[in-house]
Design a protein around this ligand. Structure first.
Ligand SMILES: Cc1cc2nc3c(=O)[nH]c(=O)nc-3n(C[C@H](O)[C@H](O)[C@H](O)COP(=O)(O)O)c2cc1C
Length: 299
């Protein structure tokens, strides 16, 4: 492999400056560039070289509007000239296995599920990086996982294929202020995991989330509803008197911290493995928890 430090510096510099883009120009992405970008994805690393995925390219404006609605009304999906839907896809491997008298149980294996998801993220990230090097912005959308049956219907997906990730692509109209990340010394450890003090961890996250307090609504009904939602999430972790204390402090301050909003209002701690996801996967014949549940579904 040839070493070219100047070109490597250029590419790595761009990668270090990457950010999600949620505002796109109308400009279409030329098909030849899209082809190269996708070729980077298709050649990414994949456990056992199995490639248990497919990618649907969507350029149709109406379909993209529909996807935006399905994914929780995220309008940048409708604006993007291209959306890529990454499918966990064992259909092709199952057909080939059956034709060759090979056993096939990937769809009932937690380990195969996690490897397939790793493979998909490797492919998607290669696509994201290649696109960025061509000056194309992108944004991942995870919520597609919550509407598997509708998307399966839209794209006539066979059993054993399910949408698990969406990537919007387009030339950036504007760039956002880059989101703060943890410093390298809190992410990259050498030799062994260091003894991190509570103070060091909190300082690092305080820096990352500085200026991001979430104001509670002034309207008493909306405020009460929000606090109840917050309390329900808090109950997964704290006893009732601690919940009271946290809720009273939030009410008094009129705001909550970013991490309280993340886990208390946005990424609901108790709901992240939502029935929509498990049932959606099952509706496509995919059972990542088969053999791990108290009672397995009849197959
Ligand atoms: C698996 C995954 C799912 C994501 N889902 C969404 C999403 O549904 N909507 C969105 O606006 N951003 C989504 N993002 C983008 C993140 O919000 C973004 O990467 C993060 O805030 C860091 O910002 P940056 O990418 O600009 O560095 C997702 C990212 C990942 C990796």
């Amino acid at each position: 492999m040839q070493r070219d430090l100047d070109r490597a510096d250029w590419a790595v510099g761009l990668m270090q400056a990457r950010q999600s883009v949620r505002n796109y120009k109308e400009e279409p992405i030329p098909e030849e560039i899209l082809y190269e970008v996708l070729a980077a994805g298709v050649n990414s690393a994949t456990g056992g070289n199995l490639q248990p995925y497919s990618i649907i390219v969507e350029k149709n404006r109406l379909k993209n509007q529909q996807l935006a609605q399905l994914c929780g009304g995220q309008s940048f999906i409708a604006q993007a000239p291209v959306n890529l839907i990454f499918l966990l896809d064992w259909h092709k491997l199952a057909v080939y296995s059956r034709k060759n008298n090979a056993p096939f149980t990937c769809n009932k294996s937690f380990r195969h599920y996690t490897i397939a998801m790793d493979d998909i993220v490797c492919a998607a990230q290669s696509v994201e990086t290649a696109a960025w090097l061509y000056g194309i912005g992108s944004c991942y959308v995870g919520t597609i996982l919550e509407c598997i049956p509708v998307v399966a219907e839209m794209y006539k997906l066979p059993l054993l294929a399910a949408p698990v990730l969406l990537l919007s692509l387009g030339y950036p109209k504007t760039l956002a202020v880059p989101r703060k990340k943890l410093d390298q010394d809190l992410v990259v450890f050498r030799g062994a995991y260091p003894a991190l003090s509570v103070e060091k961890i909190c300082e690092a996250y305080d820096r990352k989330y500085s200026g991001m307090r979430f104001s509670l609504p002034a309207d008493p009904h909306r405020r009460q509803a929000l606090l109840e939602e917050f309390r329900a999430a808090l109950r997964t972790t704290y006893n009732e008197s601690k919940c009271d204390e946290i809720i009273q402090a939030a009410d008094k301050a009129g705001s909550i911290s970013e991490i309280q909003r993340r886990f208390g209002l946005h990424y609901h701690a108790a709901e992240m493995l939502s029935p929509d996801v498990i049932e959606g996967l099952a509706s496509q014949g995919i059972y990542p928890f088969y053999g791990l549940l108290e009672q397995d579904p009849e197959l």
